[in-house]
Design a binder for this molecule. Structure first.
Ligand code: PLP
Length: 385
C-alpha cells in the first residue's frame, strides 16, 4: 500500500501507516483485517460512525432518485436541511449557504464580510480555518502560512482568549472577527467561559461581524448543536462542515440578522454545495441524533473519559468539551503514544508533541469507551515504568 501511495499520491499528508477498508459504528478494519476503535472519527466528522444503516439507506435512496442537480434548480433536501439548520440556530433571520468543506464555509464568511463595506478582519493566534488561500489567510499558524505568503492583506491576529487584545483590535473599520469556540487543531484549547459573550458585546458595539467557526465543534460534538451554546449568544455567522454531512462532504455558512441577505445572485456559488446526496446524509444524521437523544449523553461521556484518563500519572490534564478532548501529557511523547495506541487497536491523533486529540463518533457505546480507557491505560503504564 505504501509504495503504491507514494508513487501515485502527492506527499502533503505523508505516507499513512495503514489503509482502512471497512467500518461499522465506532469500529474500523484495516486491509490486513485488524480491528480498531476509531476515536478520531474522521477527525470529528463521522458523527454516526461508519456505515450507519440509516445513512446508507438515505444516500442510497437519494442516489436512486436524484444524485446531483445544479444550483440553477432547487431540490427538497437542500431546503429541508437549511430549514433544519435554521431551526437549530433558533433564529428566524438565519439563511444558509451550502458548500463542501470547512475551508469553503470560511471563504464564504470572508466574502460575506467584505459586503458590509469594511476590509479588515481579525482572527486568533493558533487558530485553524482551512487551507485555501482565503481560509489560510484567516489561519493563525505560522508554519502553515509561511510557505504560501503573501496571503490576503488586512488580517490581524490577536491572542486567543485575550479580551483586552480584542478590545484594542476591534473598531469600526473591522468587518469581521472569526473565532473557534474551541481551537481544535491547536490542541483542543478551550477559552474561559464568558470570552465569546464578551466578544459578542464588543462586536455589536462596533458593528463588526462575529463569525464562529464551528467546523470542528458543531453538529453535537460538544453536546450542543453548536460549540458556542454554553455562552448563550447569537453570532452573525456560523460555519459548519466535518460532522454536518454525516461522513459526506458538506459545509455551510449560516448568516444571521442583517448580514443574512448580503449575498445576491452572482455573489458566490459552488457546483457541488448542497448536493442532494450530501444533504440526505446530513438530514439522516441529524434525525438519528435527535430521535435517539444522543446529545444529552455526550456531557456524561466527557466527564467519564476525563475522570478515567486523568488517573494515569503520565497525563497532565484532559481539556475539551463533549467528545472533543485533548489529552495533555506531561512529556513530549504524544506522537509515539498515538502509534502505540494504534498498535493496541485504537485510532487517535497527536496535535502536537504533548497533546493527543480524541473525537470519536457521537454514537460510541459505553463498552467502547471502557475498552478505550483500558487500552489507553495499558499504553500509559508502559511509559510509567
Ligand atoms: C475549525 C476548523 N475550521 C476549518 C477547517 C477546515 O475544514 P476542511 O478541512 O473541511 O476544509 C477545520 C479542519 O480541521 C477546522 O477544524
Amino acid at each position: 500500500m505504501q509504495d503504491r501511495w507514494k508513487s501515485a499520491l502527492q506527499n502533503n499528508y505523508g505516507t499513512p501507516s495503514i489503509s482502512l477498508v471497512k467500518g461499522s459504528g465506532a469500529l474500523v478494519w484495516d486491509a490486513d483485517g485488524k480491528e480498531y476503535l476509531d476515536f478520531l472519527g474522521g477527525i470529528a466528522t463521522n458523527i454516526l460512525g461508519h456505515a450507519h444503516p440509516e445513512i446508507v439507506t438515505a444516500i442510497t435512496n437519494q442516489a436512486n432518485d436524484l444524485g446531483h442537480v445544479s444550483n440553477l434548480y432547487a431540490h427538497p433536501g437542500a431546503i429541508e436541511l437549511a430549514e433544519k439548520l435554521k431551526a437549530l440556530t433558533g433564529e428566524a433571520s438565519a439563511r444558509v449557504f451550502f458548500c463542501n468543506s470547512g475551508a469553503e464555509a470560511n471563504e464564504a464568511a470572508l466574502k460575506l464580510s467584505r459586503l458590509i463595506g469594511r476590509k479588515k478582519v481579525i482572527s486568533t493566534i493558533g487558530s485553524f480555518h482551512g487551507r485555501t488561500m482565503g481560509a489560510l489567510s484567516l489561519t493563525g499558524q505560522i508554519a502553515k502560512r509561511e510557505p504560501f505568503l503573501p496571503l490576503l492583506k488586512g488580517v490581524k491576529f490577536i491572542p486567543y482568549n485575550d479580551l483586552s487584545a480584542a478590545k484594542k483590535a476591534i473598531n469600526k473599520k473591522v468587518a469581521m472577527i472569526i473565532v473557534e469556540p474551541i481551537q481544535g487543531e491547536n490542541g483542543v484549547v478551550v477559552p474561559d467561559l464568558g470570552y465569546l459573550k464578551s466578544l459578542r458585546k464588543l462586536t455589536k458595539k462596533h458593528g463588526t461581524l462575529l463569525a464562529l467557526d464551528c467546523v470542528q465543534t458543531g453538529m453535537g460534538r460538544t453536546g450542543d448543536w453548536f460549540g458556542f451554546e454554553n455562552e448563550e449568544i447569537v453570532p452573525d455567522i456560523i460555519t459548519l462542515a466535518k460532522g454536518l454531512g454525516g461522513g459526506l462532504p458538506l459545509g455551510a455558512m449560516i448568516a444571521i440578522g442583517d448580514c443574512a441577505n448580503l449575498f445576491e445572485p452572482g455573489s458566490h456559488g459552488s457546483t457541488f454545495g448542497g448536493n442532494p446526496i450530501a444533504c440526505a446524509s446530513a438530514l439522516a444524521a441529524i434525525n438519528v441524533l435527535e430521535r435517539d437523544n444522543f446529545l444529552p449523553r455526550i456531557k456524561s461521556l466527557e466527564l467519564n473519559l476525563k475522570l478515567e484518563i486523568t488517573k494515569s500519572p503520565i497525563v497532565q490534564s484532559v481539556r475539551g468539551s463533549g467528545l472533543l478532548l485533548g489529552i495533555v501529557l506531561k512529556n513530549k511523547v504524544a506522537k509515539e503514544f498515538v502509534s502505540a495506541l494504534q498498535g493496541e487497536g485504537v485510532l487517535a491523533n497527536a496535535t502536537s508533541d504533548s497533546v493527543i486529540r480524541l473525537a470519536p463518533p457521537l454514537i460510541v457505546t459505553d463498552s467502547q469507551i471502557a475498552a478505550f480507557v483500558e487500552r489507553f491505560r495499558k499504553v500509559a503504564t508502559s511509559y510509567e515504568r
